[in-house]
Design a protein around this ligand. Structure first.
Ligand SMILES: Nc1ncnc2c1ncn2[C@@H]1O[C@H](COP(=O)(O)OP(=O)(O)O)[C@@H](O)[C@H]1O
Ligand SMILES: [Mg+2]
Length: 261
């Protein structure tokens, strides 16, 4: 039974990509079959995983979506898939997603393109995780339509309740109109500097505003330069700094997600 997650926040710099990388690496380390999908035209996940300049890549998720749009027959198990040394598969993304976004507008069932792909590769994986762009594009809607659950990272120091409110509304709309199976899994507080009272205030605020309806994960991801270093190293925090506080926080978070399933 494959589970499909979208990591999204409608805000840049909330550690979406970092969370997808480490959550995926944790799951792969447990022996699960994991596919990470980079749906951000910036290709940060693709680059972080160590695959060089994404814009130089010939085949990406944009080509996959094109093939789905054109109802083509192709080898979904292998087409465009890359393999990371820690065991995850990745469907890379790059700037071509921007062009695709434009052509999606005039596509029949334009919100269901990724869903069609996911339905056909579900059997090959235990987990599929979408790394979403920071804006609410048609591609992001495609991710939500293709997902079972949504993980929402929030930057502790730059919390935007407005962005959060908007995201919750969007997920609600998608659930009503396009994917009744969609639910928010939880809010993950990232880049937390626990010593500041400001951050404590944020956590209290979130708990008061959403605590009853939406889970705020117990495990928060601390701010640490070690976490920022992984993008340059091409390895997850579990390889880069296995005994550090970020690895332990991502482990705790991942276990919370799994326990809740
Ligand atoms: N726990 C952390 N501590 C410090 N820096 C972090 C942490 N998590 C992510 N970063 C850094 O913050 C920046 C934004 O993270 P990223 O995962 O790219 O966010 P997003 O995908 O939401 O835009 C990146 O430079 C990343 O390396
Ligand atoms: Mg990102």
């Amino acid at each position: 039974m494959c589970k499909v997650y979208s990591v999204t926040s409608q805000k840049g710099g909330t550690a979406k990509t970092t969370t997808v990388f480490n959550f995926g690496a944790y799951l792969a380390g447990k022996g699960y079959r994991v596919l990470l999908v980079d749906t951000d035209p910036q290709g940060s996940l693709t680059a972080s995983l160590g695959f060089g300049n994404p814009d130089m890549m010939d085949v990406t998720v944009a080509n996959v979506m094109e093939k789905e749009i054109n109802d083509e027959n192709y080898d979904r198990k292998n087409y465009a898939i890359l393999h990371h040394s820690e065991g995850m598969d990745i469907l890379p993304g790059n700037i071509e997603l921007s062009g695709l976004e434009v052509s999606l507008v005039n596509t029949w069932s334009r919100e269901f393109v990724l869903r069609r792909y996911v339905d056909k590769v579900r059997d090959y994986y235990d987990y599929i995780i979408f790394d979403c762009a920071s804006n609410l594009s048609l591609t992001t809607i495609n991710c939500l339509v293709a997902s079972d659950r949504v993980i929402v990272p929030v930057h502790a120091a730059y919390l935007s309740l407005k962005a959060l409110e908007q995201l919750i509304k969007t997920v609600g709309r998608v659930k009503r109109g396009l994917n009744t199976g969609l639910d928010i899994d939880g809010i993950l507080i990232t880049m937390l500097n626990g010593r500041t009272n400001y951050a404590k205030g944020i956590i209290e605020l979130l708990d008061t505003a959403y605590g009853n309806n939406i889970r705020v994960y117990e495990n928060k991801i601390p701010y640490s330069v070690r976490a920022a270093e992984i993008a340059a190293e091409g390895v997850s925090i579990f390889k880069h700094d296995p005994n550090g506080k970020v690895a332990s926080a991502y482990t705790g978070f991942a276990e919370e997600v799994l326990n809740y399933e």
